[in-house]
Design a protein around this ligand. Structure first.
Ligand SMILES: CC(C)(COP(=O)(O)OP(=O)(O)OC[C@H]1O[C@@H](n2cnc3c(N)ncnc32)[C@H](O)[C@@H]1OP(=O)(O)O)[C@@H](O)C(=O)NCCC(=O)NCCS
Length: 137
């Protein structure tokens, strides 16, 4: 079994979370090797839920930014590959939404998860847009 709890991002062990991102494959699409930037991603997110196994091992995370009442951007959802398919992702999303019940969840699906979100009740949005700063492109 596992337990989910809301945590403060700045309190997390950055290398422990980086190991989880690698174990889930999400590290392929997030800057985990840039330790300063990755630490800032954890410290700057104001709604983080972790899942831990009975022995305390970190096995899942949902990293979001929220205003608490209108919009929650779920940036990263990652479950250790050895623990996937057991309902941990669903629990992490439920705990995230419970932390700000009035807020709508917004996310961009990774290629491997495009079928996951509709399966657990998300609706596709046909006018989502993103833009990177010109200095970073
Ligand atoms: C995507 C991910 C977070 C899902 O977490 P999970 O704990 O494995 O998923 P759950 O166990 O909560 O799955 C709930 C349901 O979705 C299904 N499901 C899980 N992953 C799926 C996928 N990639 N595509 C379609 N369905 C999926 C499960 O079979 C389960 O179905 P059921 O309730 O009918 O039995 C996890 O697989 C992961 O970390 N993947 C790699 C990183 C990634 O791509 N993250 C998403 C970034 S947007």
């Amino acid at each position: 079994m596992w337990t989910c709890e809301r945590v403060i991002g700045a309190d997390l062990d950055v290398s422990e979370v980086a190991a989880l991102y690698r174990a889930s494959t999400l590290a392929e699409r997030r800057p985990v090797e840039d330790t300063g930037r990755f630490a800032a991603m954890l410290a700057g997110a104001n709604l983080i839920v972790t899942a831990r196994a009975g022995d305390g091992r970190l096995i899942g995370i949902a990293r979001s930014l929220t205003d608490g009442v209108y919009a929650t951007y779920l940036s990263d959802l990652a479950v250790d590959a050895a623990w996937q398919g057991k309902g941990i992702g669903r629990d992490l999303i439920r705990a995230t939404q419970d932390a700000a019940p009035q807020a709508k969840l917004i996310l961009l699906a990774a290629p491997a998860a495009v079928d996951y979100y509709p399966h657990i009740g998300f609706e596709r949005h046909n006018s989502a847009w993103t833009r990177s700063h010109t200095a970073t492109t």
